[in-house]
Design a protein around this ligand. Structure first.
Ligand SMILES: *Cc1c(COP(=O)(O)O)cnc(C)c1O
Length: 386
């Protein structure tokens, strides 16, 4: 039985081309990029090449890119870094109720340390309410951080309009683009953001490496102090193989993007149609069209998402209940609660996230197997009696 992997929003397999590009930087090209002898020049150049590639891909200049250990660090750096740098100006931050925990828990941490945070509500499709944003702005607001697209329900936020409001009030604006970069177009000038987080393993790059885009002139304090790496914005000897791999993943991603976007969106909509048609009491979560091309999130009334996952796993199908980070807790997803689902329905939700290797045959097989699983689980469920 061939495994079917539908959890690309949690992580993607590293592309073989990416692995090949990385390998020499574990072995022959081992020089510390900060050293002055000639073998270090190779690693230094490799880092700068990757920086150029990423900068070009998002419309930035290379001096505006800082490599990090991944999406979580980029989010922490952006939020804590701006909060600290602007602490004399103000201590109010605006975010949304549906952010990734890397943003949400960073904001909670700041709340315990003298900052005020406003958590904006979203509508039933998971889109931030713009009138609430205007209302939340105060004289001491220093940062707005709202994600580009949500990792659980795929809703794409109106980042450009949010940026316009942020600019009007001269407030720094950060967006977590971990789910969008490499999947849909991401350009820092079109989006008009000051800070933007990306992560390698969410677009077929390596795990443990990411980047933060910091617009020139943005005031930010480093998160990691020590050596002079990354123009003194992030200490620590560079993850050279990781950075090289990230650069290679960026080079492959935009090439496949526009066709691949359309292909995945088609697969997505076909699958959603089939499931909603064949399984009663099922509903799509998130926006119907303003949505990541690879995201499907469906609630099934009267049963537990975890039981569905375990049953799918018996058929070699890997999916998720939403966020890998909350899978060990019994709390329902904060995202599904924010879009208005009750606890029971939120618990009965499954996310299928597609990748560039996902085929129509794979999705058809899942669509064939799933109705039987749901029927079986509902027959045993005291919650479901219809
Ligand atoms: C995965 C993810 C992160 C965390 O990225 P890591 O590289 O795993 O630290 C942050 N934000 C979003 C939206 C994500 O999907």
């Amino acid at each position: 039985m061939k495994n079917i992997y539908l959890d690309h929003a949690a992580t993607c397999p590293t592309d073989p081309e990416v692995v090949n590009a990385m390998l020499p930087y574990f072995t022959e090209n081992y020089g510390n990029p900060s050293s002055i002898y000639s073998i270090s020049r190779t690693t230094r150049n490799a880092i700068e090449d990757a920086r150029e590639i990423l900068a070009k891909a998002i419309g930035a200049s290379s001096g505006e890119i800082v490599f990090t250990s991944g999406g979580s660090e980029s989010d922490n750096f952006a939020i804590k870094g701006v909060a600290h740098a602007l602490r004399e100006k103000g201590r109010h931050i605006i975010t949304s109720q549906i952010e990734h925990h890397a943003v949400l828990y960073t904001c909670k941490f700041l709340e315990k340390n003298g900052y005020d945070v406003s958590y904006l509500p979203v509508d039933s499709a998971g889109i931030v309410k713009m009138d609430e944003l205007e209302k939340a702005i105060r004289r001491d607001t220093i940062l707005i951080t709202i994600m580009h697209a949500n990792n659980e329900i795929g809703s794409i936020q109106p980042v450009r309009e949010i940026a316009e409001i942020a600019k009007k009030h001269k407030i720094a604006f950060h967006t977590d683009a971990v789910q969008t970069f490499g999947h849909i177009p991401v350009n820092v000038n079109e989006l008009n953001v000051d800070l933007l987080s990306i992560s390698g393993h969410k677009f077929h790059g390596p795990k443990g490496v990411g980047a933060l885009y910091i617009r020139k002139g943005t005031k930010i304090t480093p998160l990691i102090h020590g050596g002079d790496q990354e123009r003194r914005r992030r200490a620590s000897t560079e993850n050279v193989p990781g950075i090289v791999g990230l650069g290679q993943a960026v080079e492959i991603a935009p090439g496949i993007m526009s066709d691949e976007m359309k292909r995945q969106a088609q697969l997505r909509d076909t699958f959603i149609g089939k499931i909603l048609n064949t399984i009663p009491d099922s509903r799509l979560n998130g926006h119907a069209t303003q949505r990541l091309p690879n995201n499907i999130n469906i609630s099934f009334k009267g049963i537990e998402g975890e039981s569905i996952l375990l049953n799918l796993d018996m058929f070699g199908i890997a999916a998720s209940t939403g966020s890998a980070c909350s899978s060990s807790s019994l709390e329902p997803s904060h995202v599904l609660l924010a879009i208005g689902l009750d606890h029971e329905l939120a618990h009965g939700s499954v996310r299928f996230s597609l990748g560039k290797h996902t085929t129509l045959e794979e999705l058809d097989r899942v669509a064939e197997i799933l109705p039987g699983i749901i029927k079986k689980l509902r027959a045993m469920s005291p919650l479901y009696n219809q």
